[in-house]
Design a protein around this ligand. Structure first.
Ligand code: APR
Length: 253
């Protein structure tokens, strides 16, 4: 496909290509995204369920929803999207990878220095003392208030390591991500509806700083009109074709 050839050529030519991924990068690993027809947020108001105030006010309901909706992530493995991006980083054709995802699949595929804007499922932290712990401390079946996971140090309530609604994003991750968007001469959005800020400002900032924009997403986004390439195919297939165009063989696990 002509767009694949052009995108492969642009990656080869770019001095500082930056990638932003969303949940659509992990659907081919069997993980549902949030806002498409089969998304996690279908039919519910996530802010009322997976926000800081929901955790404080209704911790049992919060943890039951969290475990039901996120526990499927544990067994997921990287798919071609993650593997090709890791290979492009290894070749130096992608300089930085920014993700909204919390599933750790980019790291599992070998991507270095991933900027995780929305935290990660690997950890949890205490709402009272702020200490962080491995996420296995919150991987419990919460039936009553007595089951709510507590901080082993101070007894405060534990929260997942993912950024909840009403929580600020990690400041250093955000700052680095905005710096990378300003430096980019090529910016790729892969599998994101670009409906959530501030992540959805990064591609616009890149375009305003002179970068070419490519959007690999199955459904329209608010920035399609600013993109040099909009490819509405499964990102795994597109990136596999880009890799073969570049003669790159991603590491298969
Ligand atoms: N290839 C390309 N695009 C895909 C694929 C695929 N295989 N699968 C899904 N998509 C697209 C969908 O069409 C959708 O537009 O990926 C996009 C995923 O969008 P969202 O579900 O909104 O996920 P995301 O953009 O990552 O959401 C951002 O919202 O709820 C918060 O914290 C959560 O990080 C998340 C943030």
């Amino acid at each position: 496909m002509e767009q694949v050839r052009e995108l492969a050529h642009a990656l080869k030519k770019a001095q500082h290509a930056v990638v932003l991924t969303g949940a659509g990068a992990s659907t081919e690993s069997g993980l549902p995204d949030f806002r498409s027809k089969t998304g996690l947020w279908k039919g519910i108001d996530p802010v009322s369920l997976i926000s800081l105030s929901a955790l404080r006010r209704r911790p049992v309901e919060f943890y039951q929803f969290y475990r039901m909706r996120f526990s499927h992530l544990w067994g997921a493995r990287p798919n071609p999207v993650h593997r090709v991006l890791a290979a492009l980083q290894e070749e130096g054709m992608v300089k930085r990878l920014i993700t909204q995802n919390v599933d750790g699949l980019h790291q599992a595929a070998g991507s270095p220095d991933v900027i995780e804007l929305h935290g990660s499922l690997r950890e949890c932290s205490c709402l009272t003392c702020g200490r962080t712990f491995p996420s296995r401390l919150i991987d419990v079946d919460v039936k009553t208030a007595a089951d709510i996971p507590r901080c082993p140090e101070c007894g405060g309530m534990l929260k997942p390591g993912v950024v909840l609604f009403e929580e600020p994003l990690p400041p250093d991750a955000i700052e680095t991500a905005f710096d990378e968007a300003r430096r980019a001469d090529l910016f790729l959005v892969i599998g994101s509806s670009l409906e959530v800020g501030p992540a959805n400002q990064l591609p616009l900032l890149a375009v305003q700083s002179g970068a070419d924009l490519a959007i690999l997403n199955l459904t329209p986004t608010y920035l399609d009109g600013h993109a040099r390439w909009v490819i509405r195919e499964k990102a795994g297939q597109v990136l596999t074709a880009v890799a073969s165009e570049l003669g790159i063989l991603p590491r298969v696990e």
